[in-house]
Design a binder for this molecule. Structure first.
Ligand code: NAD
Length: 509
């Protein structure tokens, strides 16, 4: 459905358990040939994908807006641009990052062996994705999985199936074989069937509740998982921050994609000396936002995805109001625009007793709270079950970086918000309930491969000194060998070397 208008765009049957199994079996059968093709040829396919996406950028952006509601400008920047750049990163770096890597040995006992790391694709990677970034999330994960030699089965959100089919058609037309990238349209039951099917890894992005359910099922057969879950990202505005810049960031960071962003500003803490000035600036800027259908090129804030999401936002705002928060602007639906629209809202005087400061709201609400010193700000920021990202606003970069180390989060940005998702080199992922594992960049690519350590002995005709044929003498030689390698005193080390030397002439079984 188009969330702005309620128009039905297309109807689907959810893929059944049998279909899921068939699709996964086809993916498995096709994967070996894809893996054998080699990284360089797969990179060439990614280059072609990037070229086609660049050509179709406006069409893809409009398809995203029609199904997810966000302004076209955001579909271009936070979705298409992110994917084009993720492709750029992999085109430039995948060969180097996936190459075998020598592992030099430090222990003298193993010096006569050579080790190397070999990165092998898992096989079939299942990707389960949410509706809020229906293109950039599955595409960045799929590109990494594919370039590493995996086949991919994507189960997109039931609210954004068409965008996933658009991604499929782009990948196929770029040269990814049909069975190497497949899409299973369906709801949670289809997703659950995919977890039960013979996949080799699952990369899940979505809510904490679903993530925990998936982790429990995956644990039964030790299926490796990446879980990219919810957030309740804090923004810390320190006493030396630029209020004009920080308030613009807060307004954008809280309302981008109508607040339905895992990295959006869900809690804003402002030093008491700037509090009222900051609030005034946020209200002035919120007043100017153009809230309308995303396909209107003037649109800045679009609709929420569905009624359930809208009701959750309403509940959080009502709860905050009942507990004493001040609604400075917004705080209600916007029915003149459409059933799923909610006015961008700024709340003051919120506390951690309110749901709006503890639970993920995922809507266009900016709750602001005052603090008195940096220690208190850090405490407030860390007082959350989530730990996806955070931001610190200060004119003093060193102070910002120092504080960043004290925040419990996967990412901390100093003087910016949300954009870390678009930095293809940066790992994306959370701590605490925000998830396990990383997407994007080098670490996202590492999630798509199994590490195999291959060790080759350089003297195959020689028995190892530590094999059977022990005895008192051998124990003494080993004590000497340990002294030689690890004693702090140089004399003891030299003595150890002399006493250990006989070990190489030892008779083993
Ligand atoms: P959701 O958990 O409801 O659904 C996510 C996906 O899981 C959908 O495709 C859904 O059909 C599927 N699913 C539902 N039940 C399932 C089950 N039992 N087994 C397997 N699959 C199942 O989440 P949502 O509402 O689509 O997305 C919003 C959430 O995603 C928010 O919490 C947001 O913070 C989070 N999110 C996190 C990130 C991140 O990178 N950390 C990015 C975007 C969104």
């Amino acid at each position: 459905m188009n969330p702005a208008t309620g128009e039905v765009l297309r109807e689907f049957e959810c893929a059944s358990e049998v279909e899921v199994r068939t699709v996964v079996a086809r993916a498995r059968a096709a994967q070996a040939t894809w893996a054998e093709m080699g990284v360089r040829k797969r990179i060439a396919v990614l280059r072609e994908f990037q070229r086609k996406l660049q050509e179709k950028k406006s069409e893809v952006a409009e398809a995203i807006t029609r199904e997810a509601g966000k302004p076209v400008a955001e579909a271009l920047t936070t979705e298409v641009l992110v994917v084009l750049d993720a492709a750029r990163f992999l085109i430039d770096n995948a060969y180097r990052l996936l190459r075998d890597e020598p592992i030099p040995h430090g222990n003298l006992a193993t010096k006569l062996k050579r080790g190397r790391l070999v990165r092998e694709p898992y096989g079939v990677v299942g990707i389960i994705s949410p509706w809020n970034y229906p293109f950039s999330i599955p595409a960045t994960e799929a590109l990494a999985a594919l370039v590493a030699g995996n086949a991919v089965v994507l189960k997109p959100s039931e609210f954004t199936s068409l965008v996933a089919l658009e991604l499929k058609s782009l990948l196929h037309s770029a040269g990814v074989p049909q069975d190497v990238f497949q899409v299973l349209v369906g709801d949670g039951a289809t997703g659950a069937a995919l977890i039960r099917a013979e996949i080799d890894k699952v990369v899940f992005t979505g809510s904490v509740a679903t993530g925990k359910r998936i982790a429990a099922v995956a644990a039964e057969r030790l299926l490796p998982v990446v879980l990219e879950l919810g957030g309740k990202d804090p923004m810390l505005v320190l006493d030396d921050a630029d209020v004009d810049v920080a308030s613009s960031a807060a307004v954008w960071g809280a309302f981008v994609n109508a607040g339905q962003t895992c990295l959006s500003i869900e809690r804003c803490y402002v030093h008491r000396s700037l509090y009222e000035e900051f609030l005034r600036a946020c209200v002035e800027k919120t007043k100017k936002l153009i809230v309308t259908h995303g396909l209107d090129h003037n649109a800045e804030v679009g609709p929420l995805i569905h009624q359930r999401q809208l009701r959750l936002v309403e509940e959080h705002v009502e709860d905050a109001k009942a507990c004493g928060a001040r609604i400075l602007i917004g705080g209600s639906r916007f029915p003149e625009m459409g059933a799923n629209f909610y006015r961008p809202t700024v709340l003051a005087d919120v506390t951690h007793a309110m749901r709006i400061m503890r639970e993920e709201t995922f809507g266009p609400v900016l709750p602001v709270m005052a603090f008195d010193n940096d220690d208190e700000a850090v405490c407030l920021a860390n007082n959350s079950e989530y730990g996806l990202a955070a931001s610190i606003w200060t004119r003093n970069r060193e102070r910002g970086e120092r504080l960043a180390r004290r925040i419990q989060a996967g990412t901390v940005m100093v003087n910016d918000v949300v954009s870390c998702f678009g930095i293809s080199e940066a790992p994306h992922g959370g701590v605490k309930s925000s998830g396990v594992g990383r997407a994007h960049g080098r670490f996202g690519l590492e999630e798509m491969v199994r590490l195999k350590y291959v060790d080759v002995d350089l003297l195959p005709g020689m028995k190892k000194v530590w094999w059977y044929g022990y005895g008192m003498k051998f124990s003494q030689q080993m004590e000497a060998f340990l002294d030689m390698q690890f004693a702090r005193n140089l004399g003891t080390r030299l003595g150890g070397a002399i006493r250990a030397i006989g070990v190489v002439r030892r008779k083993q079984l």
